[in-house]
Design a protein around this ligand. Structure first.
Ligand code: LMR
Ligand code: MN
Length: 432
């Protein structure tokens, strides 16, 4: 009869309340059993799957269990798959939660499926499209980011987040700084929700710098410092451990690897010979791919990355890698790399900052015939390369490179754990 609840509904609600009560009493095992029964018995009821998903995500969080999170996602997906007229705020929130979990687990394609479901159901909601582009940004898929944000701007030309995302692709994919600037600037000046992030401040600042607007860039970075995004105007790494000593250049004696570094330095000629032999064969070295080059040619050959020995490459530089094996502060540095860096004449590298303050960057100079025509600026200090020399800088500070000479400059770059990090921190920090 219309108006009255059916017996089945009554029973369902009763069992749902019982399961919820187990959750409140923190009897998680009982709660899970009750929710499992509920979704089996009432598989046709969307609410059964939604409430089970919510219980699972709560328990997953408490137990820090990724497997439980996967189960929660599955339950969310079953709820979201109901295509009857659920257009409540609860449906949308469920989709958004599900996406957050998928992003966290790195399940990008699954997240995209849910994004598309939500966009289809709420075609007028620009936020849902911006969330999709954020998923693409987080998974570093800039081509998709460009496609989605460009489409969004067609219907919502003034939307700050869509402008921000599209501006980012103009900078990163097209190196079109003049076009990128108004998009990034307007978005950040709007202060709209989601636009005030360190990463976006960095992108706008770099765009300003690349257009020669140095004063405006510094003012923006100062705003970033005031907001707590950057340690200082020059030190703008985003993955930081607080209170580590920070200065542009370091003396070898101030590190915890004095003897090890000197030992490596004594072998610079054999290291150079290996690097030169590799450089002789075309295709060994890879072009720098992060849009850091203004002009010229700058290539790298990686030996260690994120604390892992790259065996194939190390086989081709056995002497160097054997020496580096004796320097675990560098070869085991999960927040850095070790690589040969070959810079041809007439190269300029834009000012930029490394991603983290957890490492120091050493350069062992292998080939540098024209020291007076090359320069490395770190914050407000400059120096150059001399063959056989080893110097150390903190690449979380803004640095910029010029090679105005006529001949190759070749260095071994090695990142070392910052000496202030404890053994425990070195073990626990996530790789970069
Ligand atoms: C950098 O770390 O960006 C540069 O110092 C690299 C290089 O080869 O000079
Ligand atoms: Mn750099």
């Amino acid at each position: 009869p219309t108006g009255a609840k059916s017996v089945e509904d009554e029973l369902f609600e009763q069992e749902l309340r019982r399961a919820q009560a187990e959750m409140i009493n923190e009897n998680h095992a009982n709660a899970l059993r009750a929710f499992n029964t509920l979704t089996n018995t009432y598989a046709h009821k969307p609410l059964a799957h939604l409430r089970r998903a919510q219980a699972l995500e709560r328990i997953a969080e408490l137990r820090r269990s990724n497997q439980m999170l996967v189960d929660a996602i599955e339950s969310y997906k079953r709820y979201l798959a109901f295509d009857e007229s659920i257009t409540s705020i609860e449906y949308r929130t469920a989709g958004e939660r599900c996406i957050e979990h998928m992003r966290f687990l790195g399940h990008t394609q699954q997240a995209v499926d849910i994004h598309e479901l939500l966009i289809e159901r709420y075609p007028e909601e620009v936020q849902l499209r911006n969330q999709l582009s954020l998923t693409y940004l987080m998974s570093n898929n800039l081509f998709k980011l460009r496609q989605v944000s460009r489409d969004t701007l067609k219907r919502w030309p003034q939307d700050p987040l869509a402008q921000l995302h599209f501006g980012l692709t103009l900078k990163q994919l097209d190196s079109d700084y003049a076009q990128a600037l108004p998009y990034l600037q307007r978005a950040i000046d709007s202060q709209a929700a989601g636009t005030q992030e360190p990463y976006f401040y960095l992108a706008l600042g770099e765009t300003l710098q690349r257009l020669g607007k140095q004063t405006e860039a510094l003012q923006l970075y100062e705003r970033g410092v005031k907001r707590g995004y950057f340690a200082s105007v020059y030190q703008r790494s985003l993955y930081n451990v607080p209170r580590l000593r920070a200065q542009p250049f370091w003396q070898i004696v101030d590190t915890d690897q004095v003897e090890e570094l000197k030992q490596l330095q004594r072998n610079w000629r054999s290291i150079r010979n290996e690097a030169l032999a590799l450089l002789n064969v075309k295709g060994n070295f890879q072009l720098e791919a992060e849009q850091l080059r203004d002009t010229g040619n700058w290539q790298q050959f990686e030996l260690f990355a994120r604390g892992q020995r790259l065996q194939r490459n190390c086989q081709r530089a056995p002497i160097t890698c054997a020496l580096l094996d004796k320097l675990p502060a560098a070869s085991g540095c999960r927040r850095g790399q070790i690589k040969f860096s070959a810079m041809q004449a007439q190269t300029h590298v834009w000012p930029h900052c490394g991603p983290t303050n957890c490492r120091l960057r050493a350069h062992l100079t292998l080939v540098a015939p024209e020291p007076h025509l090359t320069s490395l600026r770190v914050a407000e200090q400059e120096r150059t390369w001399h063959e056989g020399d080893l110097f150390i800088f903190d690449d979380s500070f803004e640095h910029e490179v010029w090679h105005n000479g006529t001949q190759l400059r070749l260095v071994l770059i090695l990142d070392l754990w910052h000496p202030d990090l404890t053994v425990e921190q070195r073990r626990r920090l996530t790789p970069i």
